[in-house]
Design a protein around this ligand. Structure first.
Ligand SMILES: O=C(O)CCC(=O)C(=O)O
Ligand SMILES: [Fe+2]
Length: 189
């Protein structure tokens, strides 16, 4: 039992570091959008950030080559932004021309994705990159940190980022129900 408790403080430390990093990246995005750096603070309610581990078992030898089978289906994250670390290749991102590109494993580097909420709040000025995980030949682990608002928050394009006379690019999204819908689609339920 001791083993589990021993690692808990380090996990919390990691979580708080990632939350600070997430705040910093969000502040940079806000400034880029012409907003105050703490603009989103008032929109997030009690932020419900999430830290998790994903494990992908090595695919059987009979599985077709990389790219043909997804271990995690293509999606954008229901987060403001996601910070990710990975120990093996397998993660791919989709470019605007539809081509998939592998995200290399670079020691010491973290992967950052902007998520659906930032795309929606910014009316598409900031984009969430679709990504997926292909079948892997060796066991793979990733650590994913989702920088999130509270679940009850409704995300809608900001008036000041909508061009006069044009409709908003996206409909409002309830962060609670959207998250559940994606979980169901990822799990095939
Ligand atoms: O395992 C990965 O590299 C990607 C995980 C992911 O896309 C997610 O947790 O949203
Ligand atoms: Fe993701």
């Amino acid at each position: 039992m001791e083993f589990y408790h021993e690692h808990f403080p380090r996990s919390l430390e990691l979580f708080h570091h990632l939350a600070r990093l997430g705040d910093g990246i969000l502040a940079a995005c806000s400034l880029d959008l012409g907003l105050d750096e703490d603009f989103f603070t008032g929109f997030l309610g009690e932020p419900l950030h999430r830290l998790g581990l994903n494990h992908y078992g090595a695919a059987a030898a009979s599985v077709p080559g990389p790219g043909e089978v997804s271990a995690m289906s293509p999606h954008v994250d229901l987060s403001l932004l996601t910070i990710l670390d990975q120990d093996e290749p397998g993660l791919e991102v989709r470019a605007s021309d539809g081509a998939w590109h592998q995200v290399p494993v670079v020691p010491g580097a973290l992967v950052v994705f902007l998520g659906d909420y930032l795309q929606r709040w910014s009316n598409g000025l900031h984009r969430a990159v679709p990504h997926r995980v292909v079948a892997v030949r060796r066991d793979r682990m990733s650590i994913q940190y989702k920088h999130r608002p509270d679940y009850g928050v409704v995300v809608a394009p900001l008036d000041r980022l909508i061009r006069p006379g044009e409709p908003p690019a996206y409909a409002p999204l309830d962060t609670g129900s959207g998250y559940l819908a994606v979980l169901r689609s990822l799990l095939g339920r």
